[in-house]
Design a protein around this ligand. Sequence first.
Ligand SMILES: Cc1ncc(COP(=O)(O)O)c(C=O)c1O
Ligand SMILES: [Zn+2]
Length: 390
Amino acid sequence: MNVTHLHCSSCGKKYEPHCLYNLCDCGKPLMVAYDLERAQRTLSREALVDRVPSLWRYEEVLPVEKKSNRITLGEGMTPLIEAEQLGQQLGLRHLYIKDESLNPTASFKARGMAVAVSMAKELGAKKLAVPSAGNAAGALAAYAAKAGLEAFIFMPRDTPKANIIECRQAGAHLTLIDGLITDCGRIVSERKQAEGWFDVSTLKEPYRVEGKKTMGYELAEQLGWELPDVILYPTGGGTGLIGMWKAFDEMERMGWIGSERPRMVVVQSEGCAPIVQAFHSGSQFGVEIANAHTVASGLRVPRAIGDFIMLDILRQSSGTAVTVTDEELLSAVKEIATAEGIFAAPEGGACLPALRQLIDRGEVSRDERIVLFNTGSGLKYLDAFWISEN
Ligand SMILES: Cc1ncc(COP(=O)(O)O)c(C=O)c1O
Ligand SMILES: [Zn+2]
């Protein structure tokens, strides 16, 4: 095990490794630190060639100590697909789609939950609770089932049916709330102590980021140990964005990549864009959005606890933040499927109109390597597509 300690993303306070934690005493997220020199005794770019095609190929930079605690359904090592036709239509020579829809439970949430549930099992938690916009709930339900742990899930009542059904089928305790993910989060916070739940909310638990960071390792590996120039990421709580940035830092410290970084682009929907608003107003934190609404349910996160980390990354990377409308993101799903054969989630679809905005403003150039994240499968949103088409 190469974890040396955990540290606060805000005040820097250090915590002993291998204990169940939620937030720092100051109320901000904790991050996991590794002895990367030790990790490198067995982990090298060459050593990866023969490893399992899942995120566990990066085991030295993951926190799970015992292999027997690893809860896996085959998450990670999703394809990075060259989007040639779409690229041609846009006048871009190197456009890629990282297709996260191939993960177990058909979204990238599997990565975070695989590692979080493995750690919860290793550290003795029995009942796991989460507020979710939908896909995190489905992933928790599946991994908790596999681990033999109980899952307590709180979701908005109007979450896509697929998410509701997948939780019920996997035997989770599901409560539907007339409200948003932030309301669900408040319920988990209020009840967790009395109920004995371990809270696995985005960034209130330190290991989901560790699972999600493997998207950053994979991108580098799949691009021959170079990073793309631009990454467009549909952003809710921001775990993936924060995780990838952490992965880039770890890889640089291991000498695998240089100091160059992609420009990170947050994509949100017009009906719920706290990070975009904060970015353009120069704020350090987001303001909670009232009446948040969007068909891209994963982006319906009116306030993110890691907002200040995301905003810092956007600024450090010379990136930006863009909003798109629901109409644009839904029609982009069709364009992507028609050009590339990938039936993207609405959240993934959102990256395409966002990219168009950057092209129109001259903020990306023809020869740059650009990665769009398709974070889930369109098959989980059939109700939304049915409504929009009929
Ligand atoms: C398909 C999809 N894309 C994107 C997101 C946003 O992800 P993150 O919370 O990592 O920003 C979610 C969150 O629920 C999602 O389900
Ligand atoms: Zn702190």
